[in-house]
Design a protein around this ligand. Structure first.
Ligand code: ADP
Ligand code: MG
Length: 259
């Protein structure tokens, strides 16, 4: 291995710039380049590649933690043959993330256990892989958080947490019991994100029932109006619960028994 005062200095300089992978690899890389008679550009290219890859990996790890996902599952973990109600081609197209670029929305509708949260998380993980900042929340957690913020007088700054991410995932919309100013806060959020950020929503009730969910038919219409204007609905109608598939197969319970 090449060892010289100059090389040690180069290593120290790289480390001081935070280029630790390059610092560690420069002795071997320099030696290999000399043996192979590589051009200066090839040498730099060989040295930079792993540094960039490590940086990307760190970014993705940090971002995945910050995204607040309930679990880490990808599209590769999703069994499309189990759920023929899901259009695989459409999901693959969504994974191309054009909807994020265009600030559009994706809404997964369907009964419990059919993979709505899984697909939402998988699209979120794909977005992080492509350096998009993602934040996951349940509707219930978000509206409670905003309600608390309103009481403390910090609503505007708290709203920014949900407005800022390029992709926001709001899970289980229709399990949230909306009360007081929840629907108004939700409307404010959706209005702020409208045509500025992409949102994925999951819900177990059809649009016609959203008036009851929000406890306010007028606001529900205004919310739906903005959400659906640029959106794709993935309706997993008649889908079977993946959670109950083994039980159903064993004849312990019917497939639609989960509430
Ligand atoms: P939902 O949000 O529609 O209630 P989830 O996405 O939480 O359902 O799915 C329930 C569980 O079953 C999760 O652990 C999920 O990863 C898994 N799951 C659901 N559908 C599939 C599928 N088609 N292939 C693999 N795993 C699935
Ligand atoms: Mg779910």
């Amino acid at each position: 291995m090449i060892e010289s005062a100059e090389l040690l200095e180069v290593q120290a300089s790289l480390a001081s710039l935070g280029l630790n992978v390059m610092a560690a690899q420069v002795p071997t890389a320099a030696e290999q380049a000399a043996v192979r008679n590589d051009s200066y550009v090839t040498f730099l290219h060989t040295l930079l590649g792993p540094e960039i890859a490590a940086r990307q990996e760190r970014w993705a790890t940090t971002r995945t933690k910050l995204a607040n996902f309930p679990f880490h599952k990808t599209l590769a973990d999703f069994d499309f043959t189990f759920q023929p109600a899901v259009d695989e081609r459409l999901i693959r197209e969504l994974a191309g993330l054009g909807f994020v670029e265009r600030h559009e929305n994706v809404i997964f509708l369907g009964p419990p256990g059919v993979g709505k949260t899984h697909l939402a998380v998988a699209l979120g993980m794909e977005a992080i892989r492509r350096r998009v900042a993602v934040y996951f929340t349940t509707a219930h957690a978000m509206v409670s958080d905003l309600r608390q913020a309103q009481i403390r007088g910090t609503l505007a700054s708290r709203l920014r947490v949900y407005i800022r991410p390029r992709l926001l995932i709001i899970d289980e919309l229709t399990y949230a019991p909306f009360e007081g100013s929840d629907a108004t806060n939700f409307f404010r959020l959706i209005s702020e994100r409208y045509e500025h950020g992409a949102t994925i929503l999951t819900a177990n009730r059809s649009y016609g029932e959203w008036g009851q969910v929000f406890n306010d038919p007028v606001l529900a219409t205004a919310i739906l109006d903005r959400l659906l204007h640029h959106s794709v609905t993935v309706n997993i109608k008649g889908g079977q619960s993946y959670r109950l598939k083994d039980k159903a197969r064993a004849g312990i319970m019917p497939v639609h028994a989960e509430a």
